[in-house]
Design a protein around this ligand. Structure first.
Ligand SMILES: [Zn+2]
Length: 258
C-alpha cells in the first residue's frame, strides 16, 4: 500500500524521542516517502541533514508566513543558495500568506511570499503553500507572476471556487487530518466533487491530529487513517484512489518515482 506523506514536520523536536521508531512504523504501514518542509532558516540545515541520512525523507525549504518577522533579505539569499546546491530539495515551502493569525503584517508577508515565488521560479521548483484567509490573494499573485512550476496548497481550507482557481494554475490540494472531522462538511464536498487528480495526502504532523485524537501529538502514521477517510468520499475503489494519489504526487515531484 504505497502512500506518500507530502507534508510532515518530522524534524521538529516533538519527534526526537521516537523518530526512528516512527519511520520504521511508516515503512510497515506502506508510507514509503515523506516530504519535510522547513519553515525557518534556522531549521533548514537540520532538515537537509535528516534527509541525507534517510532515503525516504525529502526536504523542502521555505520561510513560513507566520515566521517572517524572524527573517531578512539575507535569508532569501541563503534559501537560493540551498536550492542551487542541494538537488534533493524538492520544493520551496512552506511559504504563503496567513491572514488568520493575530496582528499579522500583511506587507511583510507579501514581500516574503512574492520573493519566494520568484526564487521557486528561477530554481525551477514547485511551491508548498500555507494559506489561511488569503486564497484569493495567493492565487492572484501566482497568476500575475506567471508561476508555472505547480505545487501543493497544503491543508486546503478554502472554497470550491478557490480550489478550482488553484487547479487551473496546476496546483494540487493537500488533504490531511481535517477530513476525519464530521464537521468538515465543506471540505468533504470538495473531496467528493473535484476530480481525483486534484489531491495529494499529508499529515502535517505534529499538528492537526485526526478526529478523536485532539490535543495529542499527530504522527505520520495517521496517513493511513486520512487515506481511509478520503476514500469514503470517493466513488472509485480503494486501489484506484491509492494509485491515482501516488501518480498525482509523482507528477509534481518526479524524484519520488521508484
Ligand atoms: Zn506545515
Amino acid at each position: 500500500m504505497p502512500l506518500i506523506d507530502t507534508h510532515c514536520h518530522l524534524d521538529f523536536p516533538d519527534f526526537d524521542e521516537d523518530r526512528n521508531q516512527l519511520l520504521q512504523n511508516c515503512r510497515e504501514l506502506g508510507i514509503r516517502q515523506l516530504i519535510i518542509p522547513g519553515v525557518c532558516q534556522k531549521d533548514w540545515q537540520r532538515v537537509i541533514n535528516m534527509a541525507d541520512n534517510e532515503s525516504c525523507l525529502f526536504p523542502a525549504l521555505g520561510i513560513h508566513p507566520c515566521f517572517v518577522e524572524e527573517h531578512g533579505e539575507s535569508s532569501l539569499e541563503l534559501l537560493k543558495s540551498f536550492l542551487f546546491n542541494q538537488p534533493r530539495v524538492l520544493a520551496v515551502g512552506e511559504t504563503g500568506l496567513d491572514f488568520f493569525i493575530k496582528d499579522y503584517n500583511e506587507s511583510r508577508q507579501r514581500f516574503f511570499f512574492e520573493q519566494q515565488v520568484e526564487t521557486a521560479k528561477v530554481a525551477a521548483r514547485p511551491l508548498i503553500l500555507h494559506v489561511r484567509k488569503a486564497h484569493d490573494q495567493v492565487s492572484s499573485t501566482l497568476k500575475k507572476t506567471g508561476f508555472n512550476h505547480r505545487g501543493i496548497v497544503h491543508c486546503y481550507s478554502g472554497s470550491y471556487q478557490q480550489a478550482s482557481r488553484y487547479l487551473d494554475l496546476g496546483f494540487k490540494l493537500g488533504i490531511g487530518g481535517v477530513i476525519t472531522y464530521p464537521r468538515s462538511t465543506r471540505l468533504h464536498k470538495i473531496v467528493r466533487d473535484l476530480p481525483l487528480d486534484s489531491f495529494v495526502l499529508e499529515t502535517d504532523a505534529p499538528d492537526i491530529p485526526p478526529f478523536g485524537k485532539e490535543k495529542q501529538r499527530n504522527s505520520p502514521e495517521s496517513l493511513t487513517r486520512i487515506f481511509d477517510s478520503f476514500t469514503e468520499f470517493r466513488k472509485e475503489s480503494k486501489s484506484k484512489v491509492m494509485d491515482t494519489l501516488l501518480d498525482n504526487t509523482i507528477s509534481l515531484f518526479p524524484e519520488l518515482k521508484e
